[in-house]
Design a protein around this ligand. Structure first.
Ligand SMILES: Cc1ncc(C[n+]2csc(CCOP(=O)(O)OP(=O)(O)O)c2C)c(N)n1
Length: 685
């Protein structure tokens, strides 16, 4: 039997509540109708429960959307954003009515799905179903982690809830199971999900594809589950929310039976209410049916606005109360209070990077994943806001922070996270942690499994979130596990995400600098791509350009021995840089002037000035790119005089060096390709 509570009352909502709910419904309907695009169904069906939450429980201040101890509200079903924009406008956020009238138009603050950073009060970019729900798990994790770090007896400066409005699609997506399982395991009692169970998705009834007992499923994850039969019954919704808030040992799912397109005579409870405007005539009928004036459009009755705007006084008072409590806390704990402000503002402490390791050739050969682990150990001691882990691969990714403890229900002060084998949720949870602020989140797995977390990585880039990924086993050189584990197209794929910075360091010192860049980047994610196999440590005396060079994304590591212009440039990343260096020496002995350019980050290199890039890669000099990954992408560097030694099939199962040999990553082949590239030039009359 499902351990659930059934809550239902038959009392009609009081008149003012109904007016307020209809205000939200018809603002959304008019937005969609005016835009001739959007989703009216969810707002009509879910307005009452959203209103109940925002009116009676949600702690927020429209005048300060970033107040750190506000409750978080994530509209996971981002397609229903007209409802969120209506709520933000009526409660007094800086979102004027004209913005609602410009729904989905160029340059408006009311885009087609909620976009973090574009609209005040939007806590996360949502739209790809399931992501918001998993982001919220990350936010709830951040809340308990920061509470464990900063709260003191008598001082609760971190104390808020995380709410989600989710739809059938959110729960159908696999990520909801990964994130739900993790949240249940962690006993995140202040995470509350309102699930709009309207039995309809785009293709029709959920009977087509979604018939499991969702309450039983979430109960099995360790959640507290409740059912509300009538979503328009604000008292029943309120009762369930109250019970959910009181349940501190388990996250809560409240399954609320909603009706898509509620009130629309021809479209309620049908998929037709989903992704298109109701139509002028149907809007009229719906308004008349619910006792709403057909015109004016975007109608907000005075009494509704007055009631909604009480959120400003309520929110300002709650924030003022928090600020005075923060002051009292600071009086007793000055350093801790300053530290709290620092991490919330994403500032780094003074001299955080002064004792990062420097490696010498005597330390090598060393895999860059090991160098990364050693760097993490130092960063961990300087940056207590670092929190992260791996998707069950910490012994391979070297992401564990010694002495930081495990983050678990019995120890929310722990900073080593165990995401389980749940890469997709890991990515979205990291986003939620970053969105919350106060932490530097990072997560690791093998580069090949970045495929499992690409949707949240894309959103991290879109949200400009400072999230760090530690991807190891970065090429076919990882060897025996074979093609299923050998990344080929991942590098070019990740580099192509706008706003993502991918760094593939060539040795231990480049790895340290890569970490410094990652920690310092506050406006977007960084993916560190690291080797499993040991690599020589580049001699800093011989290659002094490393420190400045990595920051620029690409630099001249070793020039041709004579001062004359190079005849060919060997451009390489990560482990292949060493191959390029060897080939350069061989070519020199064969009378060819070759320059080696290390490009740990094509993304950073492309941001540099043209003169700098031309200095590193002078136009007209032939290029030979060497990277154990798909050749696609390198062509952008090259005119007709380019060749790429890459991997354009799936790799093979054999010891790493053997695979590398077979794929042409040998000094002989690099030199052969270089000569081949140069021959036509030399033969020119
Ligand atoms: C990952 C993902 N797949 C597909 C879609 C396209 N899509 C948008 S809404 C939706 C389903 C709508 O059903 P439901 O989640 O129940 O929302 P409601 O019907 O309540 O509006 C789909 C498939 C999406 N937004 N995200």
């Amino acid at each position: 039997m499902t351990p659930s509570t059934t809550l239902s009352t038959t009392v009609a909502p009081p008149a003012l509540d109904e007016i307020c709910i209809n205000t939200l419904r018809f603002l959304a309907v008019d937005m969609v109708q005016k835009a001739k695009s959007g989703h009216p169904g969810l707002p009509l069906g879910s307005a009452a429960m959203a209103y109940t939450l925002w009116d009676r429980f949600l702690k927020f201040n429209p005048r300060d959307p970033f107040w750190p101890d506000r409750d978080r509200f994530v509209l996971s079903a981002g397609h229903g954003c007209a409802l969120l924009y209506a709520l933000l406008h009526v409660t007094g956020f800086d979102l004027p009515l004209e913005e609602l009238e410009r729904f989905r138009q160029w340059g408006s603050r009311t885009p087609g799905h909620p976009e973090y950073g574009k609209t005040p009060g939007v806590e996360a970019t949502t739209g790809p179903l399931g992501q918001g729900l998993a982001n919220a798990v990350g936010m709830a994790i951040a809340e308990v982690a920061l509470a464990a770090r900063f709260n003191r007896p008598g001082h609760h400066i971190v104390d808020h809830y995380t709410y989600v409005l989710a739809s059938d699609g959110d729960l159908e997506e696999g990520i909801s199971s990964e994130a739900g399982s993790e949240a249940g395991h962690l006993r995140l009692g202040k995470l509350i999900v309102l699930y709009a169970n309207n039995h309809i998705t785009i293709e029709g009834s959920t009977e087509l594809a979604f018939t499991e007992d969702r309450m039983a499923r979430f109960a099995a994850f360790g959640w507290h589950v409740q059912r509300v039969e009538q979503s328009n019954d604000v008292d029943a919704v309120a009762l369930a929310l109250k019970a959910a808030r009181e349940e501190r040992g388990r996250p809560s799912l409240i399954l609320v039976r909603t009706h898509i397109g509620f009130g629309s005579p021809h479209k309620q409870d049908t998929a037709a209410a989903h992704g298109e405007p109701l139509g002028v005539e149907e809007v009229r009928l719906t308004k008349e049916g619910l006792g709403w004036p057909v015109t004016p459009l975007f109608h907000i009755p005075d009494e509704a606005l007055e009631h909604f705007r009480k959120a400003i006084t309520r929110g300002s008072a709650a924030q003022a109360d928090w600020e005075s409590r923060l002051k009292a806390f600071a009086k007793d704990n000055a350093e801790l209070a300053a530290e709290f402000q620092r991490v919330i503002n994403r500032q780094l402490p003074q001299r955080w990077d002064t004792n990062l390791p420097t490696f010498t050739s005597a330390d090598g050969p060393m895999a860059t994943r090991i160098a990364s682990g050693k760097t993490i150990a130092v960063l961990n001691s300087r940056l207590p806001e670092m929190m992260g882990g791996s998707a069950d691969l910490a012994p391979s990714t070297f992401t564990n922070m010694d002495g930081a403890g495990n983050f678990e229900p019995e120890n929310w002060a722990g900073r080593n996270m165990h995401f389980g084998i749940r890469e997709h949720a890991m990515g979205a949870i990291l986003n939620g942690m970053a969105l919350h602020r106060g932490l530097i989140p990072f997560g690791g797995t093998f580069l090949i499994f970045s495929d499992y977390m690409r949707p949240p990585m894309r959103l991290a880039a879109m949200n400009a979130l400072p999230v760090i990924y530690v991807f190891t086993h970065d090429s076919i050189a990882m060897g025996e596990d074979g093609p299923t584990h050998q990344p080929v197209e991942q590098l070019v794929g990740l580099r192509s995400i706008p706003g993502m910075v991918v760094i593939r360091p060539a040795d231990a010192n480049e790895t340290v600098i890569a970490w410094r860049i990652a920690i310092g980047r506050k406006d977007g994610p960084v993916a560190l791509v690291l080797t499993r196999q040991a690599l020589p440590v580049l001699d800093l005396a011989r290659y002094p350009g490393i420190y400045e060079g990595v920051v620029l994304g690409g630099y001249i590591l070793a020039d041709s021995s004579s001062s004359a212009k190079p005849e060919i440039i060997l451009i390489a990343t990560g482990s292949e840089v060493h191959l390029a260096l060897e080939a350069r020496d061989r070519l020199a002995s064969e009378g060819v002037r070759a320059r080696v350019v290390s490009v740990p980050s094509t993304n950073l290199f492309s941001m540099q000035s043209e003169p700098y890039r031309d200095k590193v890669l002078p136009p007209g000099v032939p290029l030979l790119a060497i990277e154990a990954g798909a050749s696609l992408g390198w062509n952008s560097y090259v005119g007709p005089q380019i060749a790429v030694i890459g991997v354009d099939t799936f790799g093979a199962s054999a010891p790493g060096p053997v695979v590398m040999d077979h794929y042409g990553f040998t000094v002989e082949n690099v030199c052969r390709q270089a000569h081949k590239l140069l021959r036509p030039l030399k033969e020119k009359p």
